[in-house]
Design a protein around this ligand. Structure first.
Ligand code: 13P
Length: 237
């Protein structure tokens, strides 16, 4: 189970004081990828963390109030961007077409992409999980010819498992992750790392880390608490 990737998605959390304390407490554990709010990115980079962001603009530059471009992020030293998180898809209307544009901008500027996919509870109950994920992958990555095993990571995040304390069984996670690997190999001739995300915490990480097909974890709530996040990082080192 060694050497799985750990990515922290901090979402819209923590004040400046809390971030200073967080960085202090995380010394020695910079081997995760941390995705804070944009405003905190330079503090994490200066403290030696591999740093990502939670979203990126679909435009190069110009009059797009409130947006942050891949070029700006790369110029700061950002290495990764999450794209297509279910919260962006649901709350901010990030469509598959928009997600595709964001992926293109990220890759053009040498940001690595962590593309999130996953099904709702209703889709799972109706045996539509694989169909939903296939639809997302086949649209989001269509005709992007510069994706490879190094610049693309897929994160499988069942929407019903995010922030709920509910986690699929290891067999169910393995089935979907293996399906994603088969699909990306068949359709795009690539073998990207595939992460699991959804209520991963310090109590279930040892169990989840047993799943051989899982290459790492995209952690939300538990990454905000250094004691918990450190346990997760240590469990997969
Ligand atoms: P939780 O770990 O809080 O369930 O969040 C998962 C997530 O959305 C990470 O992107």
């Amino acid at each position: 189970m060694a050497n799985k990737l750990v990515v922290g998605n901090m979402k819209m959390n923590l004040s400046y004081d809390e971030i200073e304390e967080y960085i202090d407490r995380m010394q020695g554990y910079q081997d995760c990828i941390i995705c804070p709010s944009y405003i905190y990115v330079p503090y994490f980079i200066d403290s030696g963390f591999t740093t990502g962001v939670q979203d990126v603009a679909s435009y190069d530059n110009g009059s797009y109030t409130g947006e942050v471009s891949a070029k700006q992020l790369a110029s700061l030293g950002v290495k990764y961007t999450i794209i297509g998180h279910s919260e962006r898809r649901e709350l901010f209307n990030d469509t598959d077409a928009l997600i595709k544009e964001k992926i293109i901008k990220a890759l053009t500027n040498n940001l690595k992409v962590i593309l999130c996919v996953g099904e709702t509870l209703t889709e799972r109950e109706n045996d539509q999980a694989k169909k939903k994920i296939a639809d997302q992958l086949l649209t989001d990555l269509k005709d992007i010819d510069n994706i490879n095993d190094d610049n693309l990571i897929i994160a499988y995040e069942p929407i019903w498992a995010i922030g709920t304390g509910k986690v699929p069984s290891n067999d169910d996670i393995d089935e979907i992750i293996s399906y994603i690997k088969e699909l990306t190999n068949k359709e795009y001739h690539i073998n990207p790392k595939v992460l699991y995300g959804g209520s991963t915490n310090d109590a279930n990480i040892k169990e989840l880390a047993q799943i051989k097909s899982v290459d790492g974890f995209l952690v939300g709530g538990a990454c905000l608490v250094p004691d918990k996040f450190i346990k997760i990082i240590e469990a997969v080192r």
